[in-house]
Design a binder for this molecule. Sequence first.
Ligand SMILES: [Zn+2]
Length: 239
Amino acid sequence: MKDKYNRILILTGSGISAESGLATFRSEDGLWNKHRIEDVATIEAYYKNQDYVHDFYNNMKPELWNARPNEAHLAITKLQQEYPAEVNIITQNIDTLHEKAKSKNVYHIHGQINQAVCMNCGHVLETWSDVTSETQCANCSTIGMMKPNIVFFGENLLYMDKVEKLLHTSDLFISIGTSGQVFPAAGFVQTAKYYGADTVEFNLEPTSNNFYFDKHIMGKASQTIPKFVEELIQKIKGS
Ligand SMILES: [Zn+2]
């Protein structure tokens, strides 16, 4: 581990949101909030029964709207504000807890709950209100083509060009609360390491024997992240 970093890349997963009381989405049992994933998170399901799919995400909005960021989110913001480096966040989470914690440079690679995208023109609508099969695109005026801006199974992740660039140019890569099982995100650490980054994994328990991580720190992110951020800031002050 170095004493100073110039560009820090943080990958966050469901573990960081779990401490704000949000259930783990897309769990491995093939269910998502008690719905079968193939009924609510595939493009086939969307075309077959748009309103059913819209209802699923609309119903999720109040809980995600009300969720509050925890100490881990706030510590990341502190790092962005007080550490003299560019700090970017890639999140697999569809909630907006990083934004609520006032973090910047947040890339939602699985999409986000408060957006819908027009399947006709690509226009992105930002709203916490319900989106339905009647919703009209503000850009191309098409009705019934707004899809929740959530990456469905089989679809490409968002912002991957940007992510690749950040993986190639960051000198510290931090993973927080991800299982490290789902590709391509599970491969990010390998790329970051290949391009010379120090790599640290934060998890509740040892979930992988991923040898691309230099350090594994176990425990609640709301406790381990503030401590780690404080140490990074102190190292800068001491140098
Ligand atoms: Zn449109």
